[in-house]
Design a binder for this molecule. Sequence first.
Ligand SMILES: Cc1ncc(COP(=O)(O)O)c(C=O)c1O
Length: 439
Amino acid sequence: MTTARDPRLDAYWMPFTANRQFKQAPRQLVRAEGMHYWTDDGRQVLDGVAGLWCVNAGHGRPRIVRAIQEQAAELDYAPPFQMGHPKAFELAGRLAELAPAGLDRVFFTNSGSESVETALKIALAWQRLRGQGSRTRLIGRERGYHGVNFGGMSVGGIVGNRKMFGTLLGGVDHLRHTHDPARNAFTVGQPAHGAELADDLERLVALHDASTIAAVIVEPVAGSTGVLIPPQGYLQRLREICDRHGIVLIFDEVITGFGRTGQPFAAQTYGVTPDIITTAKGVTNGCVPMGAVFVRRGIHDDFMQGPEHLIEFAHGYTYSAHPLACAAGLATLDTYAEEGLLTRAAALEGQFAEALHGLRGLPHVIDIRNTGLVGGIELASRPGDPGRRAFDVFLDCFAQGVLIRTTGDTIALSPPLIISPEQIGRLVEAIATALRRVA
Ligand SMILES: Cc1ncc(COP(=O)(O)O)c(C=O)c1O
């Protein structure tokens, strides 16, 4: 059934959205609490994706709400250039305590995309500061997602996000992605095959020479491309090759940061420490835009040279360390700590995996992948119509009162870390019902 389109929806050009489809049949959320949203027509919707991989402590947490309200009344804004406010320093200190050992210097941004640009710029500038100015090349990975700005888009590897936007940054190359369904389909946890794909970096070193390469950036778990879990030993091998050749290793933890994989950071879950970690989303529980870049102390300290009255790193944003974001961040960390949320995914992982892998054998399912509280269910594409089948599952689930996310023909799940075992069951059951119904 098609209904008349509401002209009040016309002005808003929605991001990463099928605008015309949406405006024919809008899906409007008007309230949220705990594990649920409510729609404008009064339906309750179970949140299977933590908003957009960000509301890790669930919605409407009173401590966070209060902190934002009080902060707005007390100090609405403070310039971050040449001035400070106490909560910025307090939050950076608290975050540094959570980070892998040594990554205890924190630069604030407003989004994952900005965190990525910041990390790439730190890596380039640091190489130059240490007398390695010929290292200007950046290496990403096929299927990687590092946000939508020019640096992140260039090192990213999702063709649909790149092809419309010209030549992007020069001097960028890509590792192969690690998705290998022929050998790894339906693996529970980390796949056994594919560590050798990290050797692609050696191949690129042989091609370009290490003296031209500044940094490598990868998502420990690739999310937006459809949940790709790192093969056993892959990240370790990447670390070794970077060490051997003086290359900065950046983990983009915008979705894996703040408890998603069972530890505060995926670097800790997988036991590999990069030189820089980019984060956003869960740092404020998604309540106020904020990103945080964690930098190895030695890299930071190398910037602290020259006349002391001069700016050491010509970079920053008007809203870096915004007081509302800092207040939300501190209250978020308190909430995570009080409820043990940053390690709760580890406790639930077995049950989540079991529920998810129970979908094996249902129509269209060609692979299931999981780690912590992240799940990917890959469907066979309809011939000539990629992405449509998963989108139909998304619409069906929404009609059932369950919010999931799809990318291509993969369903990506990342529920708030407060999810109950019963709610895991409901989430997966809704997907099973939809899979039985869609063509
Ligand atoms: C790994 C990764 N990096 C960067 C980003 C971009 O973050 P934002 O949308 O906050 O700019 C995302 C967003 O999903 C992401 O998953």
